[in-house]
Design a protein around this ligand. Structure first.
Ligand code: ADP
Ligand code: GLC
Length: 509
C-alpha cells in the first residue's frame, strides 16, 4: 500500500504558537508520521507567529470574501526546524492580531471565534475535496479539538470528499460553543443544527461538529477514551460519545525527545542522563538559586509546570500546604491562568519564602529548568486526557506524583507493593481528589526519598521508559489504514449531501 496522505488540522503548533499540550502534539505527531513514511501535512490558521515562520511559502489558492475576510490566501511551505510541510491560511482580518490564538491579551475570547474557526474547518474540507491544491488531496483529514471540529462537518457534507475523517479530543472542557443565531453564517444545511448535529443545549458546539461527523474519534490516552463516555468526565458530551462508542479509541501521546532530553537540553545548567546523573544535582542547585529557595541538596523539591485552571488540581496543592510544610518539602510552581489561583499561590510563596516559589509566567526555558532541577513533578489533575509534564518528568528523573486519571494513570507506575519490589515503579499515584490524599502521597514520596538506593532505582526506571512518538505514530497509521479501508466501503455517518457551501467565495489562483 502506498504511503497515506494525511492532513492534520490544528489551531496551534510548537514552538510558534502554544497554549498547552495541543501545540506540542501538532508539532511532533506529523513529524513522527513523516518519519514513519507517511506524507503528513498540517493545516494551520495564519496567526502572526505561524505566518512569519512558514519557510518558502508559495500561494496555492486565493479566495474570499468568506466569514468576513475579504482576502484569503492559502499558502504552502515548511515549518522551520522539523521541516513538516504546512498549509497556512493567510486571512489577515481574522488571524493577524496580537494576543493569543483564542483570546485577547486580557483573556477574553475573541468575539469572532466562530468565523475564525469556521474558516479553518471550511478550508480543511475543501482542501480534502481536492479543490484548493490540484497537486495534493489527502486520504485522511485528521482534525484536533473543537477549533478544527467543523472540518469534519463541512467535509462530511461535501460530495467530492473521499477522505476518511478522524477527530481527536484533546480537551472536552473547551467545546467551542456559540449562539445558534449565528448558524446561518456557517452555510451548512439546516439539518446540521439538530441534536444529532451541532446543537448542544440551545447552542452550537464545534466540538460536536467533530464528534458527530468524524468516521473515527480518538482521544489521547486509552484510559481517557473510557472516561469520556462517563458523566464524570464527559462534560455533557458523554451521551454523544456513548452513541459513537464503536468508533472511539485512545492513543497515548508521545514525548518529543529532540526537545525534551536532559543529555542535550540547552536550557540546563548541566547535562545528564540515566547513567550519568551528576548533572542533575547541579540543575537542582541552579534552580533553587534561581527561585531563591533554600539551597538544600537533601530537601525534596516538588515542581509543577501548568496552566493554572481547575483541571490541574492546583486547589488540592493549595489545600495541602500544611502537610507539605510538615513533610519539609520545597514546592516550585510555574504557570499562568485563573487570577484566584494565581493570587493564592503568590500568597503561599509570600508565607513560606524559602520553601515555596511561584513564577506566574509562561516561559519555555524555565519549564525545562524546572523539570531538570526537580526531584518530583506534581500533576494532581482532576482530569487529564494525556498530560505531558509527567512524561517529561519521567525522562528527566523527576518522579511524577499524579492522580489516577486519564493519561496519568497510563504512564506512571505507583511506588508501592510488587511494582516497587520488582523495580517497575516510576512515581506516585493517588485516587481521591482531596488535599488529604495528596498530602499522604507526598508523605510516601518523602519516605522513598529518604531511601537513596530505592529512589535512585525508581529514577533509573523512569528515565529509561520510552514514550517516544514513534509508538503513537504506528498506532495512528494502523487506525488510518483501517479507517480508509472502511470508508472506501461506505460509512454509517450522517447524510449531509444537501450541504450548501458559501456561494461566490472562490476566486482564482
Ligand atoms: P495541557 O495541554 O492540558 O495544558 P499538557 O501536560 O498536555 O497539559 O501540556 C502542557 C504543556 O504546556 C507542556 O509542554 C508544559 O511544559 C507547557 N506549559 C504549561 N504551562 C507552562 C508555563 N507556564 N511555561 C512554560 N510551559 C508551560
Ligand atoms: C489537552 C489535555 C492534556 C493533553 C494535551 C495534548 O490540553 O489537557 O492532557 O496532554 O491536550 O493532547
Amino acid at each position: 500500500m502506498r504511503a497515506p496522505k494525511l492532513l492534520h488540522v490544528a489551531a496551534e503548533v510548537f514552538p510558534f504558537v502554544k497554549t498547552g499540550g495541543l501545540g506540542d502534539v501538532a508539532a511532533a505527531l506529523p513529524a513522527a508520521l513523516g518519519r514513519a513514511g507517511a506524507d503528513a501535512r498540517l493545516l494551520l490558521p495564519g496567526l502572526p507567529a505561524i505566518a512569519e515562520a512558514l519557510q518558502q511559502p508559495r500561494t496555492v489558492f486565493r479566495f474570499g470574501p468568506l466569514f468576513g475576510a475579504a482576502r484569503i490566501t492559502l499558502l504552502f511551505g515548511h515549518l522551520p526546524g522539523s521541516g513538516v510541510p504546512a498549509y497556512v491560511i493567510d486571512a489577515p482580518y481574522l488571524y493577524r492580531r496580537g494576543g493569543g490564538p483564542y483570546q485577547d491579551a486580557s483573556g477574553t475570547a475573541w468575539p469572532d471565534n466562530l468565523q475564525r474557526f469556521a474558516l479553518l474547518g471550511w478550508v480543511a474540507a475543501h482542501l480534502a475535496a481536492g479543490e484548493l491544491d490540484e497537486a495534493w488531496t489527502p486520504d485522511v483529514l485528521h482534525a484536533h479539538d473543537w477549533h478544527a471540529g467543523l472540518a469534519c462537518t463541512y467535509a462530511k457534507g461535501h460530495p467530492a470528499t473521499a477522505a476518511a475523517l478522524l477527530f481527536t479530543v484533546h480537551n472536552l472542557a473547551f467545546q467551542g460553543l456559540f449562539a445558534t443565531v449565528d448558524f446561518p453564517q456557517l452555510a451548512l444545511p439546516a439539518s446540521t443544527l439538530d441534536s444529532h448535529g451541532l446543537e448542544f443545549h440551545g447552542q452550537l458546539s464545534f466540538m460536536k461538529g467533530g464528534l458527530q461527523f468524524a468516521d473515527r474519534i480518538t482521544t489521547v490516552s486509552p484510559t481517557h477514551a473510557r472516561e469520556i463516555a462517563t458523566p464524570e468526565f464527559g462534560f455533557g458530551l458523554d451521551g454523544v460519545i456513548r452513541s459513537r462508542q464503536a468508533v472511539v479509541s485512545g492513543i497515548l501521546n508521545g514525548v518529543d525527545y529532540d526537545v525534551w532530553n536532559p543529555a542535550r537540553d540547552p536550557a540546563l545548567a548541566a547535562p545528564y542522563d540515566a547513567e550519568h546523573i551528576d548533572g542533575k544535582v547541579r540543575c537542582k542547585q541552579a534552580l533553587q538559586h534561581e527561585l531563591r529557595l533554600a539551597p538544600e541538596a537533601n530537601t525534596p523539591l516538588l515542581a509543577m509546570v501548568s496552566r493554572l485552571t481547575p483541571q490541574k488540581g492546583v486547589d488540592l496543592v493549595l489545600g495541602a500546604m500544611g502537610p507539605l510544610q510538615a513533610c519539609g518539602v520545597q514546592l516550585a510552581v510555574v504557570g499562568t491562568g485563573d487570577p484566584g489561583l494565581e493570587a493564592a499561590l503568590r500568597e503561599a510563596a509570600r508565607t513560606h519564602p524559602s520553601r515555596v516559589a511561584v513564577r506566574l509566567v509562561y516561559d519555555e526555558a524555565l519549564a525545562h529548568r524546572m523539570v531538570a532541577g526537580a526531584d518530583a513533578m506534581l500533576v494532581p489533575s482532576r482530569f487529564e486526557p494525556c498530560g505531558l509534564t509527567q512524561m517529561y518528568g519521567l525522562r528527566y528523573g523527576a518522579l511524577p506524583l499524579v492522580r489516577r486519571v486519564g493519561g496519568l494513570a497510563d504512564t506512571v507506575v505507583d511506588a508501592a507493593g510488587p511494582a516497587l519490589r520488582e523495580g517497575r515503579a516510576t512515581g506516585f499515584v493517588f485516587d481521591a481528589a482531596t488535599p488529604a490524599a495528596l498530602g499522604r502521597t507526598v508523605e510516601r514520596l518523602v519516605a522513598l526519598y529518604r531511601q537513596p538506593a530505592a529512589w535512585r532505582a525508581a529514577m533509573h526506571t523512569a528515565m529509561t521508559r520510552d514514550f517516544s512518538w514513534d509508538h503513537a505514530a504506528r498506532d495512528y497509521l494502523a487506525l488510518y489504514r483501517d479507517t480508509i479501508a472502511r470508508s472506501a466501503g461506505g460509512t454509517d455517518a450522517a447524510d449531509l449531501s444537501g450541504a450548501v457551501h458559501p456561494a461566490g467565495t472562490r476566486g482564482t489562483t
